[in-house]
Design a protein around this ligand. Structure first.
Ligand code: UT7
Length: 323
């Protein structure tokens, strides 16, 4: 018998303001056609001026707890994956903890940019299988609209805001690939590529900064590294791509999503795609795609999934789990 981190519930939250591609045509030399064909994005949500990342996260957390049929006092730990926390400190996770009225356990943030949710899932899994926590709320939440340079058409049309959450709980498994729960993880980073995608400010430089990206370079790394990490994680679990019911990719660009599926030898009808409606929401994109995938009836109990992501660092990785 082994301990497995098994999904009990999932939920997401999108701020109410929907911004169509046509919005950017009013102040930039761009077009709905360019954004759709180069990225697959049709619209994204932006948080209201007073709405913070931890508020989006708390909404998603409540939805996931309700879906799990669990109370907050049954949760031992909260992990928030974000690069856009409300304050420099404390963590967004402690703010969510307070917002939910959770007075026990512990909370912390994970910062691995667009790969953040995969890194947070791997951390939650480690806490559960090592017996340090029984139930973990794992959240990806971002307000990337706050770090956009609205004069840079190559980046500001791509990103959006939102939050998604999962409740993971320890359950006994046989140690076989047929178990429910997280079956394997694969994490990577290579700081030599830090100049490809970064924010040109931070506490130590005394500015907030804006997102800078060499999009076509990141694109090249993404297509090569995403299929590779997904296949590595599948191999660790004793599985292959042919066993998968769903790929749940980071939603940055439909062409990256299609390229990764092609490299893994899987058709697009095995891929959960939300990029058209959410844009790139960094660490929030995978948990929101999981939640939407369940709502649409795509993801069902017992399905085998791989979630994969890459972003600033570069940092990239994947998680294989049976829903
Ligand atoms: O989530 C973290 C990871 N991030 C990603 O995975 C993003 C990866 N990169 C991408 O998704 C794509 O590289 C982009 C969507 C950012 C860009 O697509 P691309 O096919 O790589 O285009 P490009 O950057 O090579 O630019 C092609 C042309 C350029 O014009 P020239 O130099 O060929 O005349 C750009 O100036 O498109 C131009 N361009 C635009 N044109 C209209 C760039 N942005 C825009 C725009 N509207 N918004």
């Amino acid at each position: 018998m082994v301990s497995r981190a098994v999904v009990q519930g999932v939920g997401h939250y999108l701020p109410s303001r929907v911004v169509p591609n046509s919005h950017f045509e009013t102040f930039l030399d761009t077009s709905d056609e360019w954004i759709r064909t180069r990225s697959g994005i049709e619209r994204r949500h932006f948080a209201a001026e007073t709405e913070t990342t931890s508020e989006l996260a708390a909404h998603a957390a409540r939805a996931a707890l309700a879906d799990a049929g669990m109370q907050v006092d049954e949760i031992d730990a909260v992990i928030v994956a974000t690069s856009t926390a409300d304050l420099t400190f404390p963590s967004a996770a402690t703010m969510v903890q307070a917002e939910l009225g959770m007075t026990n356990g512990f909370a912390f943030d994970v910062q691995a940019v667009c790969a953040g949710f995969v890194f947070a899932m791997a951390n939650a899994n480690a806490l559960i299988v090592s017996g340090q926590a029984n139930s973990v709320l794992v959240i990806g939440a971002e307000t990337f609209s706050r770090i956009m340079d609205w004069t840079d058409r190559a980046t500001c049309v791509l990103f959006g805001d939102g939050a998604g959450a999962l409740v993971l709980k320890a359950e006994e498994g046989d140690g076989a690939p047929s178990d429910r729960g997280i079956l394997s993880t694969d994490l990577n980073s290579d700081g030599r590529y830090r100049d490809l995608l970064y924010v040109d400010g931070g506490v130590s430089t005394q500015t907030t900064g804006h997102l800078r990206m060499q999009g076509n370079q990141v694109f090249r790394h993404a297509v090569e590294k995403l299929a590779s990490t997904a296949n590595k994680a599948l191999d660790k679990a004793g599985l292959t791509a042919a066993d998968l019911d769903w790929i749940v990719p980071h939603q940055a660009n439909i062409r990256i999503i299609q390229g990764t599926a092609r490299k893994m030898g899987l058709p697009m009808d095995k891929v959960v795609v939300t990029v058209q409606d959410h844009g790139n929401t960094s660490a929030a994109s995978i948990p929101m795609a999981l939640s939407v995938g369940v709502q649409r009836g795509q993801i069902n109990k017992g399905d085998l999934l791989v979630a994969e992501a890459i972003g600033g660092g570069l940092a990239w990785g994947s998680v294989v789990l049976r829903w």
